[in-house]
Design a protein around this ligand. Structure first.
Ligand code: GBH
Length: 466
């Protein structure tokens, strides 16, 4: 099924698949789990497509053995999943839930028994509701609660987990959640979103400290850095591009990898980012050395200057920075409406490497595509477009690696079709099809293709056993 040429990736390059707790687990009110902001948000009318919730999702909480068997058959080296914070600590802090701890023990042990290395994301957007009620990411105490949670997880699972990701895509937590308002908690704020961005970074720094103290093996963070292009060489479009680079990328990469806040904050947010939530010592905390950077990539964006929607800077949300997002790529689009531009992936990786020479090694922690994925009557899904997408994006990674970028591995998003946040269940990102009536799993053609690719890679690059 796999057709050469294979992406020319080095020996030791690792392959995996990724998921996130709220998108697959279900069992939202079982096993002592407390509610998170995504339970509240998805249960609020009008917030998700068709009122979809993660109440049942893929029922992974009950079917994890079947899902680990699918991973084993797929032949992945590693599985990236997230822990539901409110399963371990129902109120975010304080009393621990032993049933929650036991669930991830079973999952981790099942993975190890299948020869799969666990990679844990501590925060994939599901803040315990109790912490939101106390101010959420707008307040510093939430970052301190996150450190307590990280210490608990590291102490319990650290002997068996190879890779720890503190946060998944803090851009989404801060700005999609508190400025675009399309993710939980679903507000449209200026300063609140910028405070959230800072407290997420502080939470990351505090968690790194706890993970190190507990002897965790590899520690990193996952960012959805955007490959941004300017619509033209006109000065106003280039200035808009710079503001977008601050909003999407530099607010994270500058404190993490350069020990400073972004230079163009004033131009971007009229000084609002520089709020009272920044304390002396924060940059040092945030900039603690990491073992890897996780990068999620889906598509590029072209930026043009646009008038602010809200002229009064005091009333603007944090994403109203006078830019328009364009899509001039003329490519195929996925069902998410995203352009398919693999070359942008190489560009992103090379740009990052050029800009931050001391960057830790990179892991691609998500890449994948949503496609129509029709289940045929004989139980197959012929997802040729997904195979093309994955092949072309892996080739783009190989181009970056050949140019000297240190990329160590790649996780497909996603193992399973799952709850695609505000877009509900209509977007199918899985290598495995899920029937949401019966919860039956059906491997797609791309699943067999990926298995072939992993087998071929290992056969080609590894020394035969003596
Ligand atoms: C990643 O986000 C996430 O880490 C993962 O959980 C997700 O399933 C995957 O990508 C695929 O989307 O819902 O219309 O308001 C990628 C960045 C930012 C893309 C928020 C969707 C919301 C659009 N995401 N965006 S909408």
């Amino acid at each position: 099924m796999i057709s050469p040429p294979f992406p020319d990736l080095p020996a030791g390059f690792r392959f995996g698949a990724a998921t996130a707790a709220y998108q697959i687990e279900g069992a939202h009110d079982e096993g002592g789990r407390g509610p998170s902001i995504w339970d509240t948000f998805s249960h609020t009318p009008g917030r998700t497509l068709g009122g979809a919730t993660g109440d049942t999702a893929c029922d992974h909480y009950h079917r994890y053995r079947e899902d680990v068997a699918l991973l084993r058959e797929l032949g992945v080296d590693s599985y990236r999943f997230s822990i539901s914070w409110s399963r371990l600590l129902p109120q975010g802090t304080g009393p621990v839930n032993p049933e929650g701890l036991a669930f991830y023990d079973r999952l981790v042990d099942e993975l190890l028994a299948a020869g799969i290395s666990p990679a844990v994301t501590l925060y994939h957007w599901d803040l315990p509701q109790t912490l939101e009620d106390g101010g959420g990411w707008r307040v510093r105490s939430t970052a301190e609660a996150f450190a307590e949670y990280a210490a608990l997880a590291a102490e319990r699972y650290g002997d068996r987990v190879e890779r720890w990701i503190t946060l998944n895509e803090p851009y989404c937590s801060a700005f999609v959640g508190h400025a675009e308002g399309r993710h939980a908690p679903g507000t449209r704020e200026g300063r609140g979103a910028l405070a959230a961005a800072h407290h997420l970074l502080v939470a990351h720094g505090l968690a790194v400290r706890e993970l190190r103290a507990a002897g965790a093996r590899e520690i990193g963070i996952t960012l959805n850095l955007d490959q941004l292009d300017a619509a033209s060489r006109l000065p106003e479009d280039l200035a808009a591009l710079r503001r977008a680079e601050v909003l999407h990328n530099e607010i994270w990469t500058e404190p993490l990898f350069a020990g400073r806040y972004p230079a163009l904050e004033r131009e971007t947010w009229s000084g609002q980012a520089d709020g009272p939530w920044r304390l002396p010592g924060d940059l040092q905390l945030i900039g603690a050395p990491l073992d890897f950077l996780g990068v999620n990539f889906y598509r590029p964006i072209t930026i043009a200057a646009a008038p602010h929607r809200e002229p009064d800077p005091e009333l603007r949300t944090a994403v109203d920075i006078g830019v328009a997002e364009l899509d001039p790529y003329g490519s195929r689009h996925t069902t998410m409406g995203w352009p398919v531009v693999p070359a942008a992936f190489s560009q992103l990786l090379r740009g990052l490497d050029f800009r931050y020479p001391n960057l830790p090694p990179i892991w691609i922690t998500e890449n994948g595509t949503a496609e129509p994925d029709v289940l045929t009557p004989d139980g197959a899904v012929h997802d040729a477009d997904r195979i093309d997408y994955l092949a072309d994006h892996l080739a783009a990674v190989a181009v970056a690696v050949a140019a000297g970028v240190d990329v160590r591995g790649y996780y497909v998003w996603s193992l399973l079709d799952n709850f695609e946040w505000a877009r509900g269940y209509e977007q199918r990102f899985g290598l495995v099809h899920v029937d949401y009536d019966t919860l039956t799993r059906t491997p797609k053609d791309s699943y067999r293709w990926y298995r072939g690719l992993i087998t071929a890679h290992h056969a080609r690059t590894e020394e035969p056993a003596r």
